[in-house]
Structure formats: structure tokens, C-alpha cells
Design a protein around this ligand. Structure first.
Ligand code: ME8
Length: 718
């Protein structure tokens, strides 16, 4: 027996995040979201960018870095002025109100920004005027006059040649701006300098496709930019010319420097500037990759180190817009699915940089599979087994580790460097993927090692397996914190990891202490369906007679067949044909007790760890005095009987389906009253390959079809 575990074995787990050309790995890390327009309330796109920055900021902090993470609101310009008019409010009252809803979004999404800037803040307005004066002094601003196409929605000028069917290339309406006096910025003077900068700093704009777009745009030639307006007044006044307000993009972009001390506190400013990372949506890359660097060059200031432009969310394939009526409210998502579930989905559903399409179905599948079934179930199984069999404690000691134990542990020890590399490249999806894979591997390990079985045969080995799993869960949860902070910390609480030992430096140095007392394990993620049913129930109650439930079909969809795993089994004391089993089908209430007449076909030792299909909407009944809450589906031809098995990657608790037969399962009463089993069971058979089918179509899980354990062909399934 060992009383310590050599967690320091691996040396590849670097203590710093990988150093890149845009991050030295040491100095304070400044990261920014765009500042959002306050013309309307926040939506999923705003939540998305803020969340991506939050994950990176939290990751950096846990790596031991000093971080300055900023967000804010962009409160000037024609668009905001028009929105205030529509609400019959004065602009300042209007922006005060809407800006508050963005702050609320950040709090509700658990975004850890260190600062929130508003462009109506006095110090910001002064800083923009200082920047303007500097550019004037350096000879880059002159007075002229402007007429042309303008999109208020995009706050952007367009050339006639850029319009598509009379609209902006973004689809926004454009208006003709009559000739008016305007100050101009000498953007044309920066064409060569920008091209040279992009060339010398290949990591400045990411991903590469976006970089190429920017280079293509600049290569076409840059015209001087109109940067002041006289036809409206809601903006920062141009110094020494009371008729003009500044173009909103000069004002907005300057937030990145005004927020950190420019120009009054240059010491603070120089500590943080240049920013390490501006994250923006692809819609505003041109402003950040062309105008902003040119303004900074004109003012003699260094350029930010990296711009990353992420993709665009659509809903069911359509652009999200108020007029289509498909706006997704991120706060509603967190209320329906949970905060960490929403964070997890948004960060893992699409490769960061690509476009993504939102659907509730995808959200439910993802959070049920990756969080409830995989991470949640692993925690629950591991912690419950330890709590029930190791004296309510982390195992007091362990045996020598086997090859499988070492393999799993070394993957966990290596996880930090894999995640850090992904984060350093803003490949947030790869960071999530590394964690999800770790949990898959751990679920496979627990299934292979079957500690519930070892409980009876080799209690010391069981303790070792559980300790290895708990240690892997500790490391994974520490690394999960940036993504799902509340849930990861709930798991760490249950694992008794001290609060001050949850940063990355403790991954290697502080393995779980043997013999520490555990609290009774609590479920961390519930399956969404269960909640949904609950909600539907209470909604139904309210609606009572106004709405009829969808009719139950007399086909396989009326059966609620679930993927399960036998976690405990014993022989029925009074009936020599019956086994009693506890089967986990992913329910919050814990495993179900089920009785099956399988003793003529299986040995007791074959049962625990066996994955099965459970018919879960059968009325409970007593078999020889023992209550049975469901039925294990088997293939049988009179001579032989075999379990019908789900594929090994099917998630515990997921519902089995047959293509072309969609529908809600019947209630237990409906199943009995309508004699649905008599109708459906005769159509359930295995085919020549032993695949379980209904009317010839396979019974499917998300991981593939279900099959008789030893391939029993042409047999009845019941
Ligand atoms: O452009 N999918 O503000 P804004 C993904 N004030 N991200 C989306 C999105 C979607 N469907 N919709 C919006 C502005 N976003 C300026 C910025 S910065 C100096 C000034 C996100 O309120 C994405 O990050 O229109 C996009 O760039 C940003 O919100 C635009 O926010």
C-alpha cells in the first residue's frame, strides 16, 4: 500500500501558458471585448464575445498571470441618438438605462471583467479629444466636405461600388448623406505602413482567412476617412469646433486606451498597453484591423498585439434579427438550461472563428451528453462509490498503480499544457475538446475497471481505482473552471479541494489528501429533459383544460427505452430464476431496482457493469415480493436469451429511438390501458446481424444501433 501518489511524474506540464509572438507569458495580459452599442438590449452575440474573453481571462488568471479584462458600452452616434428618439427619451437617460442592461448581462453570465467603460464617461471623452489633438498636431487631420452613402445601422460609410442591390454589403439600409463640412483622417497615408505591419507581424490578425480579407481590402487602396459630422449632435465634440461631433468609431476605438489611463496616467497606461488581445466579431474587423492601427500610428502609439475575429451566430440557419423575430435572449437561455450549461454550449458548439447555428435541440443534446451524462455521471458514480464504500472518505490508501491507472493519470497531468496551447491560439473549442475527451477516457476506465464489482472481490483495488478517478476529476475540474466556473467549483468542493488550491500551480503539487472526509455526493448537472418534464407538468396544470397533450402513438415511440448500466445485482432469495438488479439510467433519483428472469442464461458475475436497454415507463410491480421498476430488454428465440446492448459510447440515460417513429413516450397508465406492449412487442425483433429493430428499422442511440450481445439473429425482443 502507498500513502502518497507521485503526481509530479510528468515534466511536460509547463507552468506558464505557451509563449507566442503576441504574448510574452509574463507581463500583464490585457484582453478586451468590443464595446457594445446601446441602441437595443443585449443578445446572444454579445454574450458570446464576452464569454470567449472571459474564458481566456480566467484561464490566464488561474495560470498565475496578472490580467486586465475590459468590456463596456458604445453610447454615442446616430444609431443610438435615433433609438433614444424612438423611445422619446433624452439620449443620456436612454444610454444610462440600456448600458445597465449590458452590465447586467455580464454579471448574469458570470463574466469576470475587471473594468466596464462607458463612452459617455467624462475621462473617456477627454481622452478621445486628446487623441484627436495629437493626430491634428501630427498632421493627419484636415477639414474638407463629405457626401456619400452611410449606413446608420453599421455606423459605416460605403462606396457606391460596394452597394449590393442598393444596400450595404451587410444587408443594412443606406442613406445618402448630403454634402456637409467634415474633418478627414489621412487614412491614405497609412496604406503602405499597414501593409508592411501585416507583413512583419503575421500573427497580428487571426484567423488567417480574416487576415487575408483585411490585406485584400487594404491592397485595393485606402481613401481618407470622414471623421466628423455636423448633422447630429450626440457625440464627443471636436476640440475647437463646436459645430462638429466626432465619428463614433474614433470615439469607440479609443476606449481601449482611455480605460487604462491614457493620457492622464501614462504610467498605468504603459504597464498595460499594447493590449494583448482584442476579440471582436468578424463584422467589425475592418475597423479594428485598418482604422484602429492607423489612428494609433498617427498618434505615435504602439499597436495592439493581436486581433481575433470570431464568426457569426445564426438561428436555424437565419440571420438573427429583431424583424425576423428570432432574437435569442442569453438570459432566457441561462434560465432554461442553466448558466454553466449555456456557457459550455456556446463555447463548444462551433470552432472559435467559424460561424455557428443555434438550435435548442443542439443545446439539449450537448448539455445532456457532455455535462449530465458524461461529466456529471462520472462524478456521481465515483463519489457515491467512495462515500458508500470507503467510510464516507477519500480512500485512506492505495495499491501500486497498474498500467491503466498510470495511463489515465498521465493524460490528466498532460491536460494543462494541451489546454494552454489551445487558449494561447484562441482555439477555445480545442480546449473544451481536450476536457471532454479526458472525461470520455475516464468513463471508459470506470466501465472497464468496474469498481462496483471490485467492491465485492477486491476492496483495495476498488479504492485505488476510485482514488485515480477522483484525482483525474480534481485536475479536470481545476481546468474546467474558466469554462463552467460554478459547476467546476461544486465538484472541487465535493472532492474536498481547498479553495486556495484551485489554481493551475496546484495541479501538480497538491494531490487529494488520503482519508479526507467526504460530504454526501450531490448531483452537479441534471439532465435537461427531467427539468423540462417538470416544467411541462406545471405548465399543463396551469393550462388545465385549455390544451390537450399530444396524442400517444401506438408504435415504438410510446416506449421509453433508456440506455442503462447494471451497478448492483444479486440473486432473488425466493425465486431461483430471478436476479434483482440496480440499474443506473441517469435519473436524479439514483439507480432503479429491476427484477429479471435471467438466471438460466447469465451468471451473477456477468451482470455488474453490463450495459443494457431498460423499458422505463412500465408500471412498478412486485415479483416474488420484490418491487421491479422497469424491464431489461433481451433478445430471445426460445432456446437462447441475450441482453440487447447499446453501443459502448451511448450515454447512460439517453433515450433509444427508431427513425421515422417520433413521439412522446406514453405514461405508465397509458401503456397499460392501451395495451401498447401487445401492439409494439411483436414488431421488435433482431435482424440477421443481431441488430434490434422495430418493423425492420434499427433501435438507435446517439452512438449507433443496439445489438443482441452475442449477435442472436431473428429473435424476439422483449
Ligand atoms: O459593433 N454572432 O457594437 P455591437 C456573433 N459598438 N457575435 C455577435 C453577433 C452574432 N450574431 N451579433 C453581435 C459594435 N455580436 C461597436 C463596437 S468596439 C470599439 C465598437 C458581437 O453592439 C460581436 O462581437 O454591434 C460583434 O463584433 C459585436 O457583438 C458587435 O456589437
Amino acid at each position: 500500500m502507498f500513502s502518497t501518489i507521485d503526481i509530479n511524474k510528468s515534466t511536460s506540464d509547463s507552468t506558464k501558458t505557451p509563449v507566442t509572438s503576441f504574448d510574452d507569458g509574463i507581463s500583464p495580459f490585457q484582453i478586451t471585448t468590443p464595446i457594445y452599442y446601446v441602441n437595443d438590449k443585449p443578445h446572444i452575440g454579445h454574450a458570446y464575445t464576452s464569454l470567449a474573453c472571459d474564458v481566456i481571462a480566467r484561464f490566464m488568471r488561474l495560470s498565475g498571470r496578472e490580467v486586465f479584462f475590459m468590456s463596456g458600452t458604445d453610447e454615442h452616434g446616430q444609431k443610438v441618438e435615433e433609438s433614444a428618439k424612438k423611445r422619446k427619451m433624452n439620449p443620456q437617460d436612454f444610454v444610462d438605462e440600456v448600458s445597465q442592461s449590458f452590465r447586467h448581462l455580464l454579471t448574469a453570465m458570470n463574466i469576470s471583467n475587471d473594468y466596464f467603460i462607458r463612452t459617455t464617461d467624462d475621462h473617456h471623452k477627454k481622452a478621445v479629444q486628446h487623441l484627436w489633438n495629437t493626430m491634428v498636431d501630427n498632421g493627419y487631420i484636415y477639414l474638407g466636405s463629405y457626401e456619400g452613402w452611410y449606413s446608420v445601422r453599421d455606423e459605416c460609410y460605403y462606396l457606391e461600388s460596394e452597394l449590393v442591390d442598393g444596400k450595404a454589403p451587410t444587408g443594412s439600409e443606406v442613406i445618402w448623406q448630403e454634402k456637409e463640412p467634415s474633418y478627414f483622417f489621412k487614412l491614405s497615408a497609412f496604406e503602405e505602413k499597414l501593409m508592411q505591419y501585416y507583413d512583419e507581424n503575421p500573427d497580428f490578425i487571426a484567423p488567417d482567412t480574416r487576415r487575408n480579407e483585411v490585406i485584400g481590402f487594404v491592397r485595393q487602396g485606402l481613401r481618407d476617412l470622414s471623421i466628423s459630422r455636423t448633422s447630429f449632435s450626440w457625440g464627443v465634440p471636436v476640440p475647437n469646433d463646436k459645430d462638429h461631433v466626432m465619428y463614433v468609431w474614433i470615439d469607440a476605438l479609443a476606449n481601449y486606451i482611455s480605460a487604462i489611463g491614457y493620457p492622464d496616467n501614462m504610467e498605468a497606461f504603459e504597464k498595460l498597453w499594447p493590449a494583448n488581445l482584442h476579440i471582436v466579431g468578424k463584422d467589425i474587423l475592418r475597423f479594428h484591423a485598418v482604422y484602429w492601427p492607423a489612428f494609433l500610428m498617427a498618434a505615435g502609439l504602439p499597436l495592439p498585439k493581436r486581433l481575433f475575429a470570431h464568426g457569426w451566430w445564426t438561428k436555424d440557419g437565419e440571420k438573427i434579427s429583431k424583424s425576423v423575430g428570432n432574437v435569442i435572449d442569453p438570459l432566457e437561455l441561462t434560465k432554461t438550461y442553466g448558466l454553466d450549461q449555456t456557457r459550455f454550449f456556446l463555447m463548444s458548439e462551433v470552432n472559435f472563428g467559424n460561424d455557428g447555428d443555434f438550435s435548442h435541440e443542439k443545446m439539449i443534446t450537448k448539455v445532456n451528453n457532455n455535462l449530465a451524462n458524461e461529466l456529471g455521471n462520472l462524478c456521481q458514480r465515483t463519489l457515491s462509490l467512495a462515500y458508500n464504500n470507503c467510510g464516507k472518505s477519500i480512500p485512506a490508501s492505495i495499491q501500486a498503480l497498474t498500467e491503466e491507472d498510470e495511463l489515465l493519470l498521465s493524460k490528466a497531468r498532460n491536460l494543462r499544457s494541451v489546454c494552454a496551447e489551445a487558449i494561447a491560439n484562441q482555439e477555445i473549442h480545442k480546449y473544451v475538446e481536450a476536457l471532454v475527451t479526458m472525461i470520455w477516457d475516464s468513463n471508459k476506465y470506470i466501465d472497464d475497471q468496474a469498481p462496483w464489482f471490485l467492491r465485492k472481490t477486491d476492496i483495495d483495488r476498488m479504492a485505488t481505482v476510485l482514488y485515480v478517478l477522483m484525482e483525474v476529476l480534481r485536475i479536470s475540474s481545476i481546468l474546467y473552471q474558466p469554462l463552467i466556473p460554478e459547476s467546476a467549483n461544486k465538484i472541487l468542493d465535493q472532492l474536498t479541494v481547498p479553495e486556495n488550491e484551485r489554481s493551475f500551480e496546484y495541479i501538480k503539487s497538491s494531490p487529494l489528501a488520503f482519508g479526507t472526509r467526504l460530504q454526501k455526493p450531490q448531483i452537479v448537472f441534471s439532465r435537461f429533459e427531467a427539468e423540462n418534464k417538470q416544467k411541462k407538468k406545471s405548465k399543463k396544470k396551469k393550462a388545465k383544460s385549455t390544451k390537450q397533450a399530444a396524442p400517444i402513438k401506438s408504435d415504438v415511440s410510446s416506449l421509453d427505452i433508456r440506455v442503462g448500466i447494471i451497478v448492483k445485482a444479486w440473486e432473488h432469495e425466493e425465486a431461483d430464476k430471478l436476479f434483482c438488479e440496480e440499474i443506473d439510467i441517469g435519473e436524479e433519483t439514483g439507480p432503479r431496482q429491476i427484477v429479471s428472469g435471467l438466471r438460466s442464461y447469465y451468471d451473477l458475475k456477468d451482470l455488474v457493469g453490463q450495459r443494457v436497454l431498460v423499458l422505463a415507463n412500465l408500471k412498478a410491480r412486485k415479483l416474488m415480493g420484490f418491487p421491479s421498476h422497469g424491464m431489461v430488454l433481451c433478445a430471445s428465440n426460445g432456446e437462447k436469451t441475450e441482453f440487447v446492448e447499446p453501443p459502448k459510447d451511448a450515454a447512460i440515460g439517453e433515450r433509444v429511438f427508431v427513425e421515422g417513429f417520433d413521439g412522446e413516450p406514453a405514461t405508465e397508465n397509458q401503456l397499460a390501458r392501451k395495451k401498447l406492449l401487445d401492439i409494439v412487442f411483436p414488431e421488435l425483433k433482431t435482424n440477421v446481424d443481431g441488430i434490434a429493430t422495430y418493423k425492420g428499422s434499427p433501435l438507435f442511440t446517439s452512438a449507433g444501433s443496439c445489438r443482441a450481445q452475442r449477435g442472436l439473429a431473428n429473435a424476439d425482443v422483449s
